[in-house]
Design a protein around this ligand. Structure first.
Ligand code: SAH
Length: 369
């Protein structure tokens, strides 16, 4: 017979919820604090290992609870060191999470939804129907699984491989704001995973009504998927623009509470050959963002099977970058990472069976143990 009451996962509960949960089993509030430390600082998954807790209490916890991450259903490692995990949640749905190591940092790209509803024309994830929002335990769980894989427990005070988090995986984080906010509060907690808000960036295609709230409540860095400098083109590339056009979006950026010269808003701009990459568009971009503490990330378009666009030439990308730079905005060209394992921007898609056979084989061959 199957267990009629599945054990409750403690990952994803806020501090208050964890304390309330402990109260239901007759435990003191300070126990919740110890438990928090074991779960988020030490990374323990087994109550038996939580040696500062009384044995009887550990046994009691094990009866009703689990500390459970998503299941790693596939792990790939790119030739450039980028790793991608396909993570399976309790109901069988899957999402992807990517770790990008660099010399001075390591960034984890986290998903907020299974699939996406936005249908941006150039994005692979957008060809997959939204299945559902991820809950807080599933969002935090991605980070914990990555830390398991990287061997980063207890949370190291420095020299981490995972220093930065970007909410730039599958999904639109501001369409799942409550779960994302709850998860990020857990991630930022100094007695746990302890990733500072300054090292977290939330990327949105432009859900204008939630931008201010994100700045006030979370104060994380903001990235905007801009990609076009006029409404006519942006309506096509990023269809949410029809609902929240450029003028409204830029106004929300001007008022973003957590932005400053030290913490600029990142405008992401995918370089599409002959579509949005002219010098005139670079100049218009500069005009649009005037007065916003900003930098512009130029993203060479990453192709995927059946994509309707091509990547701009290096010359076009450099010319665009020079114009933006000359106007006083940093304008780095994002080096594509993990292209060989379809881990680069816009390439994430959990339903890998839809890939052509040859591509799938290539991916399988790159699998790490
Ligand atoms: N929905 C959020 C979070 C996803 S972020 C957002 O739109 O911001 C993923 C980033 O990769 C976005 O800037 C997206 O526009 C970009 N992107 C999507 N497809 C891409 C592709 N094929 N090549 C390069 N960048 C792409």
């Amino acid at each position: 017979m199957t267990d009629p009451t599945p054990k409750k996962n403690l990952i994803g509960l806020s501090r208050d919820e964890l304390a309330a949960e402990m109260k239901t089993i007759g435990s003191e509030p300070f126990r919740a604090r110890q438990l928090w430390h074991w779960i988020y600082h030490r990374g323990a998954t087994d109550f038996a290992a939580m040696t500062t807790l009384a044995k009887s209490f550990r046994a009691q916890l094990a009866e009703s609870y689990v500390v459970e991450r998503p299941v790693e259903s596939r792990a790939l490692k790119s030739e450039d060191g980028t790793r991608k995990w396909l993570m399976r949640f309790a109901d069988g749905n899957e999402a992807e999470c990517v770790h990008i190591p660099e010399e001075d940092r390591g960034t984890l790209c986290v998903s907020s939804q299974v699939g996406c509803t936005l249908n941006c024309r150039f994005c692979h994830t957008g060809t997959q129907k939204l299945v559902r929002n991820l809950d807080a335990s599933e969002i935090v769980g991605q980070i914990m699984l990555a830390r398991d894989s990287l061997g980063e427990w207890p949370s190291p005070p420095d020299n981490r491989q995972l220093t930065n988090i970007v909410m730039m995986g599958m999904g639109e984080p501001l369409y799942n704001y409550d779960n994302v906010a709850k998860a990020l509060k857990i991630v930022m907690d100094g007695e746990g995973l302890s990733v500072s808000r300054r090292k977290i960036t939330l990327s949105t295609a432009g859900v204008v009504p939630l931008i201010a709230r994100c700045g006030e409540e979370l104060a994380v860095n903001l990235a905007i998927s801009l990609h076009a400098v006029n409404d006519e083109l942006r309506d096509v590339l990023v269809p949410i623009n029809k609902k929240y056009p450029l003028a409204q979006l830029l106004e929300a950026c001007r008022n973003y509470p957590a932005a400053s010269n030290a913490r600029r808003i990142t405008f992401e701009y995918v370089m599409l050959k002959g579509v949005n990459d002219s010098p005139a568009e670079a100049r218009e971009l500069v005009r649009l963002i005037e007065g916003i503490p900003a930098k512009v990330n130029l993203i060479p378009f990453n192709a995927w099977p059946g994509a309707p666009y091509e990547c701009s030439s290096n010359n076009a990308i450099n010319a665009f970058s020079d114009i933006v730079n000359a106007a006083g905005y940093a304008s780095p060209v994002r080096a594509p990472r993990g292209r060989d394992i379809l881990a680069a921007c816009g390439q994430l898609k959990s339903d890998s069976v839809k890939l052509r056979r040859s591509e799938r084989d290539k991916l399988e061959n790159a699998a790490v143990d």
